[in-house]
Unconditional design. Structure first.
Length: 102
């Protein structure tokens, strides 16, 4: 492994640790708020890179449980882990529920 490959591998590993921590915090938050979620994108596929974000899909068509407080806490989780979190509602992106892997 070259030095550059080692650096890239470490950056990917560091990013994955941050994504895992953010995903665990988002799952716990969703449980507290009674929100059903799933992950999609590179995190769900296991193909994250050094710049990957966390893509979260709120499942179900009754999204009244997705309050401003829930969204603000999602933003806090992302900021704490230095991760962009993309929050989508299933009703606005029904095609994503077919892609859900996690």
């Amino acid at each position: 492994m070259t030095r550059l490959e080692a650096i890239i591998a470490e950056r990917k590993a560091r990013r994955l640790r941050k994504l895992d921590a953010a995903a665990a915090a988002v799952r716990a938050l969703a449980d507290r708020h009674g929100v059903s979620i799933g992950f999609f994108g590179s995190y769900a596929r296991g193909t994250t890179g050094p710049n990957s974000d966390l893509d979260v899909l709120v499942l179900g068509h009754d999204v009244s449980c997705v309050t401003g407080a829930f969204r603000r806490e999602i933003e806090r989780i992302g900021a704490a882990q230095d991760i962009d979190i993309d929050l989508r509602l299933e009703r606005n992106a029904p095609h994503l529920s077919m892609e859900m892997l996690s």
